[in-house]
Design a protein around this ligand. Structure first.
Ligand code: ZN
Length: 343
């Protein structure tokens, strides 16, 4: 299994995020990707390659042009104010406020194009997020060209990013961009399986009214867990997408056995959809020791996730999402991938 990785991720290293009333060091940090790279190499999964040059048009298949322009220029606008620290939003167009008039000031734009304050923009953020998306696109190209599987070692992650909003450490939705690339290059139907601890709200919203991309997510119940405002079981898609969205909200403390039961149900839905190709949003923040999550999975459970996904018998692209127990993230990712490859 080829791994696609770019060192450009190091250019994005936010200093702090707003978390439970305090500014705390960002949980999403460069060491995460480097741990994963080390363990993937040690596991002997296959070659590690750099991504192809970015095709910006592929980003615009998923994200709005005004949002891409915002991401590309936000740092320069912020710096023009004399600011030297990270750009962070502090005001949002929540219920009752207008969303139809994009603000002109960068402080307004930061809120207009975000869902929370866990998305610092730094001098290197644009290059890091576009390189991350390029990793996903290169993995998708490998799949289109016939590879049975590939691993896009993306950082920053992507599944909380919507067509026009950043949030939860995510700026460009790498999995959605890859899925759209698969659709545009030969796959009639694509399924996205999101096994990150948090609901993939961005991915769901991007494909919610489409019947050609099935989205299934297992995650902490939004009644008690970020992103709080999406990810309930009654969200089944709309219009052409009715029936092509499936959420499995699970309680805090969910064990490996209970998680795998829900995974079997999600995989049965995906098998019934009969996708040509599969994208897995691979977060390992379901790990028992994860500092911001509340499931109880351990190493063997991750290997079992990989084995069961392989049971779909489809060409599969793994796209790196979350996982914040930095010392263990690499081993847990390697368990999933070797479980898949050895099945
Ligand atoms: Zn997560």
């Amino acid at each position: 299994m080829l791994t696609i990785y770019s060192e450009d991720h190091r250019l994005h290293h936010g200093a702090a995020e707003l978390y439970r009333g305090r500014l705390v060091p960002c949980f999403e940090m460069p060491a995460r990707a480097e741990q994963v790279l080390d363990r993937v190499k040690a596991a002997g999964l296959g070659a590690v390659v750099a991504p192809d040059p970015l095709d910006r048009a592929a980003l615009a298949r998923v994200h709005a042009e005004d949002y891409l322009a915002f991401l590309e220029t936000a740092w320069d606008e912020w710096q023009a104010l004399g600011e030297t620290g990270d750009a962070l939003p502090y005001a949002w167009p929540a219920t009752g406020l207008r969303r139809d008039v994009p603000p002109e000031h960068i402080d307004g734009k930061l809120g207009f194009y975000s869902i929370d304050a866990a998305v610092p923009i730094t001098a290197g953020t644009w290059r890091a997020i576009t390189s991350s998306a390029a990793c996903a696109l290169t993995g998708a190209r490998q799949i289109v060209e016939g590879a049975a599987s590939a691993f896009a070692l993306c950082r920053p992650p992507g599944h909380h990013a919507g067509a026009r909003a950043m949030g939860g450490f995510c700026y460009l939705n790498n999995a959605a961009i890859a899925a759209q690339y698969l659709r545009d290059n030969g796959a009639g139907r694509v399924a996205i399986l999101d096994v990150d601890y948090h609901h993939g709200n961005g991915t769901q919203s991007i494909f919610y009214d489409r019947g050609d991309v099935f989205f299934a997510s297992l995650h902490g119940d939004p009644a008690v867990e970020y992103p709080f405002f999406l990810g309930h079981a009654d969200e089944r898609g709309e219009g052409d997408g009715l029936g092509a969205n499936r959420n499995f909200p699970l309680p805090w403390g969910t064990s490996g056995a209970d998680y795998l039961s829900a995974l079997d149900a999600a995989l049965a839905d995906i098998a019934a959809f009969a996708p040509d190709m599969v994208v897995v949003s691979l977060g390992v923040d379901t790990f028992a020791e994860d500092p911001i999550s509340h499931f109880k999975l351990h190493g063997p459970d991750f290997a079992e996730i990989g084995r069961r996904v392989a049971g779909l018998g489809r060409r599969t692209l793994f796209v790196m999402e979350g996982g914040y127990a930095v010392a263990d993230i690499g081993a847990n990712v390697a368990h999933v991938l070797t479980g898949f490859a050895g099945a």
